[in-house]
Structures are given as structure tokens and as C-alpha cells.
Design a protein around this ligand. Structure first.
Ligand SMILES: *Cc1c(COP(=O)(O)O)cnc(C)c1O
Length: 459
């Protein structure tokens, strides 16, 4: 059977999913709602609609529909770069000498270079449908900003991107890609917002963080006309849009009678991981499989493996609603690790709930070990992976090596979220052997935990 499985499986255009998969509908214990920090009451749809697009808020709060239609306009954009290939990593299997079968779903085959376009297209479409003129956002490593620039150019929306300062310095080329698509790009923290000025005063010389850039983008959205804020990860509607990854993977694997034993994804805000696992996890929640789901995070920003499950702000200026999630504290300043897309203090509430309820595992890995896996993968499988994606490669390789020891022929699926062309300064450090691992001490973490709001629900 396995000999018949091609190196690369593409679905046909008509097989691109027509609906997204909403894990919330099958969760027996739903995750806690967002709270208004002033009243500590659940946020109403209207409160959320002051910040986010209407349809996205409706999706965010939808806990009953397992499938949600993908509008034709969005599906048409998907057709330009989807379906993404599902690759059988024959060469990697051989090099490792493992009996395991390794598959990866490659989301780097579009100009933005990552899976983020899947949600950017959807969110830009809904903003346009609502009649908005502009949207704001933040970007860490630059992939989300690039993806949203592409989507806004396509649907004719203005876009302001607050880009985490260390990333904008590490990746000036990313900024130019965004500007080419028409976005205005501002390094964060900046003096263009109240939130940015406050952080600059408190931490002069800071390289910024995603939490800080979020504060700036939200402030700009709520103080501008006909403008909303859009977020590239963390929220349920983003995980929903990313379920296209898992749905396509499932259709392709089922064609070959394959059922994964292990599914692995890297976790920043949790959207690609949540989307990759969605339909498989839905089955697990209904008792139909016992897949081992593994979320991988950097040892420098270990929200799940060392964080607390608590209500926390989604941003460092504490202006967003409170979300119940695994968090290092909204004031946690991660070390300037090269996987910019994974430097977020919190974790998607739905992924957090799945982790808390024991439906998945989390693993943290050190930066140099991640780049060793990235280098191996580039040389053997040909694709130059993003540092973020390489976290998943690392753990997929480790799991395949465990199979070599035990002789088990497990089927492993991992998400290869993007390419690393804009990460060459990180690769340079690795090649020059000047890369280091920064792992926060318990004292460092305690400082972050001290910024988790001291409210009765967190007791
Ligand atoms: C943003 C990003 C991630 C992490 O974000 P999630 O929301 O956790 O998926 C992973 N890989 C790449 C290439 C990214 O750009």
C-alpha cells in the first residue's frame, strides 16, 4: 500500500473544502468566554463588534454549528494558492532510518510564505463586506502582515501594520513586501499611539513584542473611522479559518487509507495547530480516534509547558478583553528568539482548553535544536523551513527516532507552516555558530506571572 502513496498529493480544485470546521461545536466542555475587564462579565457581541468585524465576531461566538460555509469570494482566492500539497517525507524517513511514515502539510507555497493567508483572506473579505474602509493589525515575524497586505490589496482595503521592532530590524525586506502590497508599516513600540508611547517610556530600547504591537493596532482601530482591528491568531474565528489545513489533510490521507497516529504543529498563538488538528480532534472528542496531538513551543516562550491557565489580557497594554488561556503573563517580555511568530505570551483559548482537558500534549524545544532540525530538513527534503515551522520538524524527527527504537511504524503528520527566506539572519547565526538558547528562569517567569490580573476568577 505505502509504495502507491505519491511523494506529493494535491487535491483537485473542486475538493477544496466548502466549509470550515468549528471545533467549538463538539467540545463537551466549552472554553470560558472573553470577559470585559471593567465589569468581569462576558463580552457581548456588540462590545466585540466595536473592535472586530461583525461576521468574525459571529463566528467567534458560534458554538453550535460544526460546519460553517466558506463564502465563494474567499474560496475563489483560496483557489489561487490552494490546495496546499501534502508531502510524504520519504527522503527524511530514509535518512532517519525510521519505520515511521512521515507526512507534512506545506503551507509556504504562496507569496506571504505561510498559512496566515488562509485567515487574512477571510478577514479582509468580511471587513469589505461590512463596508469598512480600513483595518489595522500587528505583525511579529512579518508573515501575518504580509498575508494581510495581500488580502487587503485584493479586496481594496487600507491597512496599517504595527510591526514588532526587532522583527522590522531583522527583516527589512518583509516590510518592503508589505509596502508593495500597499500597507503602511510602523515599527512598534511607536510614538503614534498612547500605548506605544507608554511602553517606550517604561522600557526605552525595547525590541517590542506582539502584545505591545497588538495594543497599538487596537488603539488605532478604535480611534479611527470605519476601521476595525484584525488578528492573525489566538481567536476562535482564526482557528476556524485555519481548519482548511486540517480538512484538506484529512481528505488527502483518507484517499490512501491513512490514519495519523501523531499530529504535530508549532504553537505561537495556536492558529495553525488548531486548524491542522481541527477535524481530527473533532473525531477524537467524539471518541472516534486516539491520535496523539503535540503542540510545540519555544523553550524561550513556554506558554503551555510552564505557563498558568488563567484569565489574562491578550496584549501588554491591557486594553483587550480578558481571555482564559495558558499564559506567561501579559507583561512577559520574551527573549528575542528567532521564531518571531512564536513569541506570544498567551495561547488560543480553544487550544488551551484542549490542553487543560488532556486531549493533547505540549512540548518545548530549544532554538539551536530547532535549527539543527531545520538544516537537516532543508538538505534532505529541499524546502528551507521557517524557524517557527522547524519547531514542528524537530518534534516530528524526535518522534520518528522513537519509532526507530521501538520498531513501531507510526504515521506522523506535521504542519510545515512556512518558508524561511526572510529568516536568513537567523540562519546566519546558526551557520556562524553564534546562536544561543535563552530559557527563562523561574524568577523571569515569576515577573511575567505577576502581570496576570489579580481577579477573583484567577484564585
Ligand atoms: C505565525 C506563524 C506561526 C505561529 O502562529 P500560530 O498562530 O500559532 O499558527 C507558525 N509558523 C509560521 C510560519 C508563522 O508565520
Amino acid at each position: 500500500m505505502s509504495a502507491k502513496i505519491p511523494y506529493k498529493t494535491y487535491l483537485s480544485e473542486t475538493e477544496i473544502p466548502r466549509q470550515w470546521y468549528n471545533m467549538n461545536a463538539v467540545m463537551k466542555i466549552k472554553h470560558e468566554p472573553f470577559l470585559n475587564p471593567a465589569t468581569l462579565q462576558p463580552c457581548t457581541a456588540d462590545e466585540l463588534k466595536a473592535v472586530f468585524c461583525e461576521d468574525c465576531v459571529d463566528q467567534e461566538l458560534n458554538r453550535k454549528d460544526l460546519y460553517i460555509d466558506i463564502p465563494e469570494e474567499i474560496r475563489n482566492f483560496y483557489k489561487m494558492y490552494r490546495p496546499s500539497p501534502l508531502v510524504r517525507a520519504y527522503c527524511l524517513e530514509k535518512a532517519l532510518g525510521t519505520p515511521a511514515k512521515i507526512y507534512y502539510k506545506f503551507e509556504g507555497n504562496n507569496t506571504s510564505g505561510s498559512h496566515k493567508l488562509n485567515s487574512a483572506v477571510a478577514q479582509a473579505y468580511y471587513a469589505k463586506k461590512q463596508g469598512l474602509k480600513s483595518v489595522t493589525t500587528e505583525t511579529g515575524a512579518g508573515q501575518w502582515g504580509t498575508a494581510l497586505s495581500m488580502a487587503c490589496a485584493y479586496f481594496g482595503l487600507d491597512l496599517t501594520v504595527y510591526m514588532v521592532k526587532v522583527s522590522s530590524e531583522q527583516k527589512p525586506q518583509r516590510r518592503e513586501v508589505m509596502r508593495t502590497y500597499g500597507a503602511q508599516v510602523i515599527a512598534s513600540p511607536s510614538d503614534t499611539t498612547e500605548a506605544g508611547r507608554k511602553i517606550l517610556k517604561e522600557f526605552p530600547g525595547t525590541g517590542g513584542s506582539l502584545g505591545c504591537a497588538i495594543s497599538e493596532a487596537v488603539e488605532k482601530a478604535v480611534t479611527s473611522d470605519s476601521c476595525r482591528y484584525v488578528l492573525g491568531s489566538v481567536l476562535d474565528h482564526v482557528v476556524l479559518h485555519q481548519s482548511v489545513i486540517g480538512l484538506e489533510s484529512k481528505i488527502a490521507l483518507e484517499k490512501y487509507g491513512e490514519q495519523p497516529d501523531i499530529i504535530i504543529g508549532c504553537c505561537g498563538g495556536g492558529s495553525n495547530f488548531g486548524g491542522l488538528i481541527a477535524p481530527f480532534m473533532g473525531d477524537k472528542l467524539q471518541g472516534k480516534n486516539n491520535i496523539d496531538f503535540i503542540g510545540v513551543e519555544p523553550a524561550s516562550c513556554p506558554s503551555m509547558t510552564r505557563g498558568k491557565y488563567a484569565y489574562d489580557f491578550c496584549d501588554s497594554a491591557q486594553i483587550t478583553p480578558l481571555a482564559k488561556m495558558y499564559t506567561l503573563g501579559c507583561g512577559f517580555m520574551p527573549a528575542p528568539n528567532h521564531a518571531g511568530g512564536l513569541r506570544y505570551h498567551g495561547m488560543s483559548p480553544i487550544v488551551s482548553a484542549l490542553y487543560d482537558q488532556g486531549y493533547m500534549r505540549a512540548v518545548s524545544v530549544e532554538q539551536t535544536k530547532v535549527f539543527e532540525a531545520a538544516e537537516m530538513f532543508a538538505r534532505i527534503e529541499g524546502i528551507l523551513p521557517a524557524p517557527e515551522s522547524s519547531h514542528a520538524i524537530r518534534v516530528a524527527v524526535d518522534e520518528a527516532l522513537k519509532c526507530k527504537e521501538t520498531g513501531e511504524a507510526k504515521t506522523i503528520l506535521f504542519g510545515l507552516t512556512g518558508t524561511g527566506y526572510f529568516d536568513m539572519s537567523a540562519y546566519k547565526q546558526f551557520n556562524d555558530r553564534t546562536m544561543s538558547d535563552s530559557i527563562p528562569t523561574d524568577a523571569d517567569l515569576a515577573q511575567g506571572f505577576a502581570t496576570i490580573p489579580d481577579i477573583p476568577l484567577n484564585k
